[in-house]
Design a binder for this molecule. Structure first.
Ligand SMILES: [Zn+2]
Length: 311
């Protein structure tokens, strides 16, 4: 009886959203944490993906091959940035992957992560390493790894609406305090238009820490509280004990560009990471379980339109 009521309610909500229950909406796919973790390690194996470097070029080719092999459409937003610190003109590339949904007449969902590595680790435990680039296992590769595993699953089982994956470049370029030189890729992406194009956006950043602790991020709460409500209620429902339903940090990240452009968006970020911007941001500090927690949550949200905010 309870189950029946739940089903009726779900049907009503689907109808209210203009989405119908269809034959393959019953069992969402299962997120594979170990496989996602292998994608994290594969990215790090190229070396620091600093914009313009050989590792960056090779990793971008790896993404293209990966998404192509899933039969997905990959587009690139290429643009240039004059580095204020060296005067050199840098190439930057946002990698965009479109996954078709069952309802092509509905706006889709935007999921994003940054793929670039910070060109310096100023918080290095060894000061001699401060000018070296980061490996960026958590700060960059973790979010992308989750998006890659999602791509595999969504390509196999079409989601209710289209999903746009975006790998932002140049998130982590600026020196401390130079906020205008961070979030370069997402600024460019938003500048080309995001308002009304998607229902909402979720940015994944630094979600791979072995000791995962994810709180509501402060600007997300300020600009898009209903999305935070959706995410943290779902995390509780899934018994994800590494999610904490309170605000702890305010973080300047790619979701700010999206909100500024008129797209409601939040940042899922674990800012309790002792290896942040140090030479120790390596795969051994991350875990398959952490990626799986976030991946399961994303799958739950993507395949349950009744959970999406309507405003
Ligand atoms: Zn960073």
């Amino acid at each position: 009886m309870y189950r029946l009521d739940q089903l009726c309610l779900a049907t009503l909500l689907f109808t209210a959203l203009g989405l119908s229950c269809s034959q393959n909406s019953s069992v969402p796919p299962t997120f594979d944490g170990p496989r996602a973790f292998s994608y994290l390690k594969q990215q790090v194996a190229f070396g620091p993906r600093v914009p313009g470097s050989e590792a960056w070029e090779n990793c971008r080719a790896f993404y293209n091959t990966f998404f192509d092999s899933l039969g997905l459409t990959v587009d690139s937003q290429v643009f240039h940035f004059v580095d204020p610190y060296s005067g050199v003109t840098l190439p930057l590339v946002n990698v965009m992957v479109s996954i078709a949904g069952r309802h092509t007449d509905q706006p889709g969902i935007l999921l994003a992560a940054h793929w670039d590595c910070r060109p310096r680790c100023e918080l290095a435990t060894d000061p001699l390493l401060a000018a070296q680039p980061l490996d960026g296992a958590n700060d960059g590769a973790s979010g992308v790894a989750v998006l890659m595993e999602l791509a595999v699953l969504l390509a196999e089982q079409p989601p209710p609406v289209g999903v746009q994956l975006v790998l932002f470049d140049g998130e982590d370029w600026g020196e401390p305090g130079d906020l205008e030189y961070y979030m370069l890729g997402s600024r460019e992406f938003a500048r080309r238009g995001v308002r009304g194009k998607y229902r909402f956006g979720i940015v994944l950043d630094m979600i791979g820490d072995k000791d995962q602790q994810i709180y509501r991020e402060g600007y997300s709460q300020q600009f898009s509280p209903s999305l935070n409500d959706m995410v943290f209620a779902a995390a509780a429902r899934l018994n994800l004990t590494t999610f904490h339903d309170s605000v702890k940090y305010y973080v300047h990240d790619d979701h700010l560009s999206l909100n500024s452009g008129g797209l409601p968006a939040i940042d899922l970020i674990d800012f309790d990471y002792p290896h942040w911007h140090t030479e120790r941001d390596t795969p051994d500090k991350c875990s398959p379980e952490a990626l799986e927690n976030v991946g399961r949550l994303m799958i739950h949200l993507i395949y349950n339109p009744s959970l999406w905010p309507t405003n």
